[in-house]
Design a protein. Structure first.
Lengths: 154, 130
């Protein structure tokens, strides 16, 4: 993660102006948070976000012409600018439930956004426990994958 | 893993006895006419459920893999490959050893970076640190 520190001065929800300090890992341009939309973040209702991680499958020589091999499980850390401690949750289902990141408006809190498919239509925001469950399942999958790799030598 | 043989019907209508590779777990006896592939059990990463309501909120198999090889009419089989699929994207295909190693390294790299995001989240939520 990057280590530079940035500040952002922008409008508040109440019509004033405020300055926030981005965490060192934040990569968001708060003045232009959404590509193509000319609207700066509210300083008191913004989300910091880390760079995106993803699994990028190798090109498939046989099927590249027909299928694009796209990054999988895109994920990044998000943190609300003034209220990072409210756990993100699903607005419809209440606190303690996984939160659909595609819901608007975004709710305060901090978590790890995880896209479960390329379109991003099915995505959740993980709390600590959710992140640990995903890590455990990934390690299980990777171990099974490693064992399969050994069969290819024969 | 079991080492199985089975009588299979070929595309040309003959019946031959096929010896499976030691890693094959495919239930050929249930698919008398379509024994064209040997396969291992699959590895699946499903991930957390969401509330989209599709299929009860159960996610797709986000990452899927098995080892596969084509069965030949002479009872032999082709070079094994890793069949990798990502059902969410509808993409995937046949990976050779080098491609499989690349993806294995990618999986490990991703897991390490997700662990870093988890650790940073722990600092924010339990220590109040940004």
């Amino acid at each position: 993660m990057t280590t530079h520190t940035r500040t952002y001065t922008g409008p508040t929800l109440a019509g004033g102006t405020a300055t926030i300090v981005c965490p060192p890992w934040c990569t968001v341009d708060h003045e232009h948070p959404i590509e193509g939309i000319d609207r700066a973040d509210h300083a008191d209702d913004a989300f910091h976000a880390s760079e995106t991680i993803a699994i990028v499958p190798p090109p498939d020589d046989e099927r590249t012409d027909q299928f694009s091999i796209v990054p999988q499980l895109r994920a990044y850390l998000i943190q609300h600018s003034v209220d990072p401690l409210t756990p993100p949750y699903d607005a419809e289902h209440g606190p303690g439930t996984p939160w659909r990141a595609t819901e608007k408006p975004m709710r305060p809190g901090a978590g790890i956004y995880l896209a479960l498919e390329d379109a991003g239509d099915r995505a959740v925001t993980l709390d600590l426990e959710g992140a640990e469950q995903v890590l455990a399942e990934l390690e299980e999958y990777t171990e099974a994958f490693r064992q399969m790799r050994d069969h290819l030598r024969g | 893993m079991k080492n199985q043989t089975f009588p299979g019907r070929t595309l040309s209508g003959r019946t031959v006895t096929v010896a499976c590779p030691p890693w094959c777990t495919f239930p050929h006896h249930e698919w008398v006419d379509t024994w064209a592939f040997h396969e291992t059990d699959s590895a699946v990463f499903i991930g957390p459920a969401d509330h989209s309501g599709f299929d009860g909120g159960k996610p797709y198999d986000a990452l899927w893999a098995c080892v596969s090889a084509e069965a030949h009419e002479d009872g032999g089989y082709g070079r094994p490959y890793l069949h990798f699929d990502t059902i969410g994207a509808g993409a995937g295909g046949r990976l050779d050893v080098a491609q499989t190693d690349a993806l294995l390294a990618e999986l490990r790299r991703y897991t390490g970076r997700l662990q870093q995001l988890r650790d940073q989240l722990a600092k924010i939520t339990t220590e109040g640190e940004q």
